[in-house]
Design a protein around this ligand. Structure first.
Ligand code: PMT
Length: 401
C-alpha cells in the first residue's frame, strides 16, 4: 500500500555515519509513494555522495545556500514551502545545537528556520554526546517549540560505545512519517491520562512510593497523540520527557494527582488511569527529619482517594479505562476492578518476577470490557501502547461493539 502518495518529504542529511541509512530511508519513502527532495549539509558529503540520494530520489540534491542554478529553479524559501514534512535524519549534535540557536549558515539550517511545516529530527551521535546536558537542553528546547524528536535508539554504536544515540532504523522512521499523515482514530478526542508513581511523604526527606517508571503511561500518551488525540498527561515524578504535544501536569502525591485529574476530567472524552497511585498516605507527616531512636517504629497510614473511581463516578463521566497490576489471579482481580470501579475497560498486567510491567521496557496485557476480552502479546511498551490505544479507540467509537 502506498501510504505516502502525494506527500512531499524534504529530507535533510547532516554529517554522521548514519547518513548511509538515510539512503535506505529515501528508498522506503519513495516506495511508499512520497516525493522526496534531499538537502545535505557540507559535512554530510564526507559520509555519502550526493549522487546516491539523487539516484534514489530521482531529483537533484540540494547542498549550497548560494546556488544560482537552484535559486532559478526553486529557491530555499520555496523549498521550505514545498514540503509537507521536513525530516532531518541523521541529525548530528552540532546540527541540533545550531538549529536550537537559530543559525542559518547552511542551506538545511536556513530551511529549518524558513519552514512553517512540521519538522522532525532523528538524532544520531555518540551516547556521551547525546547524554551531555547541552544536547539534552537543545533537544528539550526544540521539542518545546514543536519540533518532533524521533529517537534515538539505544544499542551498539559505530564508535564501539553502547547506549542511546543510534539513529532510528529507516523502517521506524518511515512508520513515524506515515503516522504523521494517517487520519488518527482519536482525531480531536480529549484524552486525560495518569502515569508514573506517587510519592507519599513521611518527613521532609523520605517518602513511600513504588517501582513505576512512567514508561507505560508515557508510551500511551505518545500513541494517543499519534492517533490524533489532545492529550493531558498527569504524571507523578519520573525521569522521562513528556511526548511533544502533550500537556504535562506534574504532581507528586496521590492527593495532588486527584486534584489535577478532577480539574480536567469534566472536559475529557477518555480517561486512562495508568499511574501506580499509592493506596495509602502517611497520616501524620513529620515536620522535621525523623531521628533514629527506637528499635522499631510504626507509621499510621490513611487510605487515599481512588482517583479512577472518582472519575468514573462523575455525572458526565468520560470513557474510563483502568489498569490492574496483579501478581496472581489476574483475570479475577481485573474483572472485580472493572465492576467495582464502574469502568468501560481494564488493562491487566502481571507484575512481579517476569520482565514486564513495572520499570522494564516491556509489557503484556489482558484487556477486559463487559462483554469481551483481548490479549496484547509481550512487546515493547510503545508497541503495546499503540495496540491498547487502537482497542480503546474501537470501544470508544463503538466500532468494536
Ligand atoms: O510505569 P511503568 O514502570 O511503565 O509500569 C507500568 C505499570 C505497571 C505501573 C502500569 O502498567 C500499571 O499497571 N498501572 C496501574 C498500577 C496500579 O496501581 O494498579 P492497581 O491495581 O493498584 O490500581 C487499579 C487502578 O486504579 C489503576 O488504574 C490505578 O491507576 C487506579 N488507582 C488506584 C489507586 C488509587 N488511589 N487511585 C487510582 O486511580
Amino acid at each position: 500500500m502506498q501510504a505516502l502518495i502525494n506527500r512531499k518529504i524534504l529530507l535533510g542529511v547532516t554529517g554522521g555515519i548514519a547518513a548511509y541509512k538515510s539512503a535506505e530511508l529515501v528508498r522506503l519513502l519513495v516506495k511508499a509513494g512520497a516525493e522526496v527532495r534531499v538537502v545535505m549539509t557540507p559535512s554530510a558529503q564526507e559520509f555519502v555522495q550526493p549522487l546516491t540520494y539523487q539516484a534514489l530520489s530521482g531529483h537533484r540534491v540540494y547542498i549550497d545556500l548560494f546556488d544560482a542554478e537552484a535559486e532559478s529553479a526553486m529557491d530555499h524559501i520555496e523549498l521550505a514551502r514545498w514540503c509537507d514534512l521536513l525530516l532531518v535524519a541523521p541529525a548530528s549534535a552540532d546540527f541540533i545545537g545550531k538549529m536550537c540557536a537559530g543559525y542559518a549558515d547552511n542551506l538545511l539550517l536556513t530551511l529549518c528556520l524558513a519552514s512553517k511545516r512540521p519538522v522532525a529530527v532523528a538524532p544520531a551521535m555518540n551516547q556521551q554526546m547525546f547524554a551531555n546536558p547541552a544536547t539534552q537542553d537543545n533537544l528539550n528546547q526544540l521539542a518545546g517549540r514543536g519540533v518532533m524528536v524521533w529517537g534515538p535508539a539505544a544499542g551498539e554504536q559505530a564508535c564501539g560505545d553502547v547506549g542511546p544515540g543510534r539513529m532510528l532504523e529507516p523502517g521506524q522512521l518511515l512508520d513515524n512519517v506515515v503516522l504523521q499523515f494517517a487520519p488518527g482514530k482519536l482525531q480531536g478526542v480529549k484524552l486525560l491520562l495518569t502515569a508514573g508513581p506517587t510519592r507519599e511523604a513521611i518527613d521532609p526527606v523520605r517518602y513511600i512510593s513504588n517501582r513505576s517508571s512512567g514508561k507505560m503511561g508515557y508510551a500511551l500518551a505518545q500513541a494517543a497523540l499519534q492517533a490524533g488525540a489532545e492529550v493531558t498527561l498527569v504524571s507523578g515524578p519520573v525521569s522521562l520527557n513528556a511526548p511533544t504535544g502533550a500537556e504535562l501536569v506534574a504532581v507528586e502525591s496521590a492527593q495532588q494527582m486527584y486534584e489535577a485529574v478532577m480539574q480536567h476530567a469534566s472536559q475529557a472524552d477518555i480517561f486512562i488511569g495508568c499511574a501506580a497511585v499509592s493506596d495509602y498516605r502517611v497520616d501524620q507527616v513529620a515536620a522535621n527529619k525523623i531521628k533514629k531512636s527506637t528499635a522499631t517504629m510504626s507509621l499510621e497510614l490513611t487510605l487515599n482517594v481512588d482517583i479512577l473511581a472518582a472519575v468514573s463516578g462523575l455525572d458526565n463521566r468520560p470513557f474510563c479505562v483502568g489498569f490492574a497490576a496483579e501478581t496472581q489471579d489476574l483475570e479475577k482481580y481485573a474483572l472485580a476492578k472493572l465492576e467495582h470501579k464502574n469502568l468501560d475497560m481494564i488493562a491487566a498486567n502481571r507484575v512481579g518476577n517476569n520482565d514486564s510491567g513495572f520499570e522494564t521496557d516491556f509489557n503484556q496485557l489482558e484487556v477486559f470490557w463487559r462483554d469481551g476480552h483481548s490479549s496484547i502479546e509481550r512487546g515493547s511498551k510503545s508497541g503495546v501502547a499503540k495496540q491498547l490505544i487502537d482497542l480503546i479507540a474501537e470501544r470508544y467509537t463503538g466500532a468494536g461493539s
